[in-house]
Design a protein around this ligand. Structure first.
Ligand SMILES: *Cc1c(COP(=O)(O)O)cnc(C)c1O
Length: 370
């Protein structure tokens, strides 16, 4: 699905240099690269505070902890996403209220927000799934009307622009109260291990989040609140500093690969190619098709037999997962999420797909439907 070996060759000796600088100064924890990377990413995002942490799941946990939610408070989460979003809410003893998603863009369905609402809800966590922004105007208006916080999960959308009706744009993760991302190796900006970050426009909130990520420690051995231990390694920060200047270029290479997929699949009525919404750019963390004729699993097996990996993100919506099952939300509660889990198939997608790889993949998919 991704090719980290070609990427490694692309960066070549520059990676070795970046790593050996850290090996020389030996500040493996809180080394200078960590703060430098945080500043550079903050600038890239339009001038915002960035708090690096250990992974994207921790970023979401830190964001929720910084809102001072109490056990029993509720958060609204899409039913069709990666589990991390719901997991941290459950760990903090918050009630999860699922929201159905759009069959078109896979993100939160604005019409479904009101139905998921309860007076216990204190926050909503839109996820910018597969690289495209959730409908933030509707979500922000809903949150403002209800007086709740918005935490954006931008783990799959670092570099995506949300486009306002005025044509102005903002990077996703910087629109709500707090943004979160992950630097897992396969993410659009990935390191070579685990990493994550939290974004906020408020410097006070940034200081608070940094404190929570550091055991709730205010000054040395002075613990003002219960925190966690969540840090980005210096070695990972050094890799991320090298890769950040290439993020936009890599994202546009993904877009070019997606354009090619689109053009090759447009005449296959059994396939729905990814819908590109007018309010967002698309950085194609995943290129996700809907297979409309019920043969998704056959297509996947057919591709696998011919050496092409294809993945199902995600095969079961969260409200039907045993760990999160709540009898208030039986099967049928979120029909779009359930339908997508049966229809979606993601094809290989990364910045280094060659023309011959792309034509082999598209030809094989076309042959399946002939
Ligand atoms: C990857 C991902 C996360 C979690 O990131 P980790 O770094 O693996 O903890 C959270 N949310 C979404 C939507 C993701 O894709």
């Amino acid at each position: 699905m991704v090719d980290l070996e070609v990427e490694r060759r692309f960066f070549g000796i520059r990676l070795d240099t970046a790593l050996s600088e850290v090996l020389t100064h030996t500040q493996f924890i809180r080394g200078p690269e960590v703060q430098k990377f945080a500043q550079e990413l903050g600038q890239y995002l339009g001038g915002i505070s960035v708090i690096p942490c250990a992974n994207g799941t921790d970023a979401l946990q830190l964001a929720l902890m910084a809102l001072d939610l109490k056990p029993g408070d509720a958060v609204m989460v899409p039913a069709f996403t990666y589990v991390a979003t719901a997991e941290v809410a459950a760990l903090l003893k918050l009630e999860v209220r699922w929201v159905d998603v759009s069959l078109e863009h896979f993100n939160l369905l604005p019409e479904a927000l009101e139905q998921a609402w309860s007076p216990r809800v204190k926050a909503i966590v839109p996820v910018h799934l597969f690289g495209q922004s959730a409908p933030m105007k509707e979500i922000m208006e809903f949150a403002q009307t209800k007086g709740i916080a918005v935490i954006e999960d931008a783990a799959q959308a670092l570099g995506t622009d949300y486009i306002f009706s005025t044509r102005e744009s903002k990077k996703v993760g910087t629109i709500g109260d707090i943004g979160c991302t992950s630097f897992f190796p396969s993410k659009n900006l990935g390191c070579y291990g685990d990493g994550g970050a939290v974004f906020t426009a408020s410097s006070e909130r940034a200081a608070r989040i940094a404190r929570i990520a550091n055991h709730g420690q205010d000054t040395l051995y002075e613990f003002t609140e219960v925190g966690i231990n969540s840090r980005l390694d210096t070695l990972q920060a050094a890799i991320l500093r090298l890769k950040l200047p290439y993020l936009d270029e890599f994202n546009s290479r993904r877009r070019a690969a997606a354009d090619l997929y689109d053009s090759q699949f447009q005449n296959i009525p059994q396939l729905q190619t990814p819908v590109r919404v007018p309010w967002s750019t698309h950085i194609f963390h995943q290129y996700t098709l809907r297979v409309l004729d019920g043969r998704r699993d056959q297509l996947r097996a057919y591709l696998a037999e011919r050496g092409i990996p294809a993945m199902v993100y995600y095969p079961k919506p969260l409200h039907l997962q045993p760990a999160y099952y709540n009898p208030d939300y039986p099967e049928g509660s979120f029909p779009n999420a359930e339908r997508l889990s049966r229809e979606v198939l993601s094809l290989p997608m990364h910045p280094f797909l060659s023309e011959s790889q792309l034509s082999y993949i598209t030809e094989t998919v076309r042959r399946f439907f002939r």
